[in-house]
Ligand binder design. Structure first.
Ligand SMILES: Cc1cc2nc3c(=O)[nH]c(=O)nc-3n(C[C@H](O)[C@H](O)[C@H](O)COP(=O)(O)O)c2cc1C
Length: 168
């Protein structure tokens, strides 16, 4: 089932993110600014503290790309060894624990250090998992960072804000 908003209805958005060096969180903040510019009511949480998906019209999930896909315990340890501050639980674990069938729309995003095939995409993995839970995924996007620890490449935060606005 696709959630359809009546004209004038407020859109409730839940954003669940993971970050090791802060870049995906900065991209998420820009996306949220875009969503709020359209009047959306947005809750932002990391995977460890995310509330239940209840009365959510749009579920937005984002993570850094690790080893071409979603971060896991091993790649988080590698990030920590490089000076990052990874969470104990990330979006992969959160998506695994997501209950039953969801009826909301969804969108997935990630951060990457390259745009080629071999860069991979955490967002692709997020999209696949969201679809397994019945989420109607309407958009997926990758945002470029300049190096493992960032910062976001020129223009990417502005692009993230526009992308967020396009979802609103
Ligand atoms: C263990 C590890 C593996 C990574 N693998 C990839 C990769 O396969 N492709 C890629 O584009 N970036 C890769 N990166 C770079 C991350 O995408 C980059 O650190 C991340 O986007 C920064 O986001 P964050 O600040 O939110 O952690 C990797 C980083 C780490 C720590």
């Amino acid at each position: 089932m696709v959630a359809v908003l009546e004209f004038g209805a407020t859109m409730n958005v839940l954003v669940v993110t993971e970050t090791c060096f802060g870049n995906t969180a900065r991209v998420a903040d820009a996306i949220v600014a875009g969503l709020r510019s359209h009047g959306a009511v947005v809750t932002v949480a990391d995977a460890a503290s995310a509330p239940a998906v209840d009365h959510v019209d749009l579920l937005l999930v984002g993570a850094p790309t690790h080893s071409m896909g979603l971060p896991g315990p091993g790649t988080r340890r590698q990030a920590e060894a490089k000076g990052g501050n990874p969470p104990a639980i990330g979006v992969a674990e959160w998506l695994n624990a997501l209950p039953g069938k969801q009826t909301c729309r969804g969108a997935a995003f990630d951060t990457v250090t390259g745009r080629g095939f071999f860069s991979g995409s955490a967002a692709k993995g997020i999209e696949k998992r969201l679809r397994r839970h019945g989420v109607d995924v309407v958009a997926r996007e990758s945002f470029l960072v300049n190096a493992m620890e960032g910062p976001p490449a020129d223009g990417e935060l502005a692009r993230a804000e526009r992308w967020g606005a396009s979802l609103g």
